[in-house]
Write a protein that binds this ligand. Structure first.
Ligand code: PNW
Length: 492
């Protein structure tokens, strides 16, 4: 589909679009909002989102829960990995983290105070199945039932991620984790069970979070649990087993959940951003979208590995059956996109038609050295997914920034860099929504500072500052910004 076609068709439907504002002085969407539409204020509500757009926050079990040995929870590969010296900043662990296992009611109030309407949390697999398979632990699922009840009582819609990296250690020991398709089958059983238990109240499930993070960083680079450095052949097989697990779990969830339950994935697809928005570079960025995501999102969307991926892997390509590909590409109800950094791409004479442009050393990044700032990523991610795969419903399942936050003596955190980051990214998201790409909601990463994997508690991504000694939470300036943004449904 050409860009101009897409824009023309979608612009009519656009809410808060630049066009509407400039022709009348006040956009109709804005005027309809009533409360905030007082004369003389239109400029502040320029980046207005559609009325049914949903705002929320995301977290993950191992990063916030703590309670590592409570309620019959079994060990995960992150418990093992973080307890081995040298893996995590200052050998920190998620044993206590934010203690959300005990403080979840307080944390739901943090969401409520922001005005969040949606919350993305993850279920800890070893809390529910301490050994990965077999008999479920009733205390484990009960925690999530209580959490979901608390969210509902506070008018917040739960979105549940089934795998955010805390694989039961038992499955690592028994099968080598994602190196075996036994783990894929075990995941489907677990996912179906959780869906059967929670789908009376949870209507949206994400199967897995960020394939490349838990596979490439965990099984290739050794930076994440389980800390392996596999050769290309076994690595590609682990990647395949992970997307197979996704597909099997979509089917298991649909088989076991209540009617009307909706299923998607939360993927940090590489986001190719054309270096210049010219036809040639835009075309190159679309090819790059398919190729750079070949082992994960592309095969999920297309039911095929790209020629280029299989050819360049050669003898190391994954082994699979045609049936596997069908399972992997089981149609989804929506796609979740975790968006942090751009990959700049230009057109090239290579067979793939694109080249990745390496950033100069002066390129700005946030406190995490990998987190290059590129607001356009939040436009191009949904645009590529909408144009290439015709996806009809998307969520931004994560977007956020690490900052060297300092708590002042009067309890304030002036995280102006996080504000700068969010404000600019959200303007790009506004552009995508205004052009008609069907993004229905946004989850900020993260509700509160937490265990940032190999960076431990050293890097903070929260809207709330957490004092890890006292477990006290403090709203940062960015929490106040986000609250205002949600109240006005506009970038502020
Ligand atoms: C995502 N990298 O992880 C995860 O989904 C979250 O759990 C995490 O806290 C958040 O982003 C912030 O890091 C990533 O090194 C971790 O490129 C590392 C990378 C990317 C994403």
């Amino acid at each position: 589909m050409s860009i101009s076609n897409f824009s023309r068709r979608s612009f009519g439907k656009a809410m808060g679009a630049a066009a509407a504002v400039s022709s009348t002085g006040l956009s109709s969407a804005f005027a309809a909002q009533g409360e905030s539409a007082t004369e003389g204020q239109p400029k502040e509500n320029y980046y207005q989102f559609p009325q049914d757009f949903k705002w929320g926050c995301a977290t993950a079990a191992y990063q916030i829960e703590g309670g590592a040995k409570d309620g019959g929870r079994g060990p995960s590969i992150w418990d093992t990995f973080s307890h081995q010296p040298g893996h995590v900043y200052e050998n920190q662990t998620g044993d206590v983290a934010d203690d959300d296992y005990h403080l979840y009611k307080e944390d739901v109030q943090l969401l409520k105070s922001l005005g969040a309407k949606i919350y993305r949390f993850s279920v800890s697999w070893p809390r529910v199945f301490p050994q990965g398979t077999g008999q479920p632990n009733p205390q484990g699922i009960d925690f999530y039932k209580r959490l979901v009840d608390e969210l509902q009582a506070n008018g917040i819609e739960p979105f549940c991620t089934l795998f955010h990296w805390d694989l039961p250690q038992a499955l690592q020991d028994k099968y080598g984790g994602w190196q075996s398709r036994e783990t894929s089958k075990a995941f489907a059983d677990y996912a179906g069970y959780v869906a059967s238990q929670l789908s009376d109240k949870v209507h949206h499930f994400f199967t897995m979070n960020e394939f490349s993070s838990f596979i490439d960083l965990g099984y290739r680079d050794g930076r994440f649990a389980p800390g392996l450095k596999l050769a290309p052949g076994p690595l590609n097989q682990a990647r395949h087993n992970a997307v197979l697990a996704h597909g099997l779990s979509v089917q298991a969830i649909r088989a076991k959940a209540q009617a009307g339950t909706r299923v998607g994935v939360a993927e940090n697809a590489a986001v190719p951003v054309p270096v210049i928005e010219s036809e040639a570079h835009i075309k190159a960025s679309a090819s790059a979208m398919r190729e750079l995501n070949a082992p994960y999102l592309t095969v999920i969307m297309e039911g095929k590995y790209t020629e280029h991926y299989l050819q360049s892997a050669g003898a190391d390509a994954p082994k699979f059956t045609p049936e596997d590909l069908k399972v992997i590409s089981t149609p989804l109800d929506f796609v979740g996109l975790n968006v942090y950094t751009p990959v700049y791409v230009r057109s090239a004479d290579s067979p793939e038609g694109f080249a990745v442009v390496k950033n100069p050393s002066s390129y700005p990044h946030m406190a995490s050295s990998w987190l290059d700032v590129g607001p356009e990523a939040l436009y191009w991610s949904p645009r590529h997914v909408g144009e290439i795969w015709k996806v009809k419903e998307m969520y931004i399942t994560e977007n956020g920034a690490s900052s060297a936050d300092v708590l002042t003596s009067d309890g304030q955190v002036y995280d102006t860099d996080r504000l700068m980051y969010l404000r600019n990214y959200l303007k790009s998201l506004h552009r995508a929504v205004t052009e008609g790409f069907p993004v229905r909601g946004y989850f900020c990463w993260s509700l509160m500072d937490n265990f940032e994997w190999a960076d431990g508690y050293n890097l903070r991504f929260g809207l709330y500052y957490v004092d890890f000694k006292t477990q006290k939470r403090y709203p940062k300036l960015s929490a106040k910004f986000y609250k205002e943004l949600i109240a006005r449904n506009a970038v502020v």
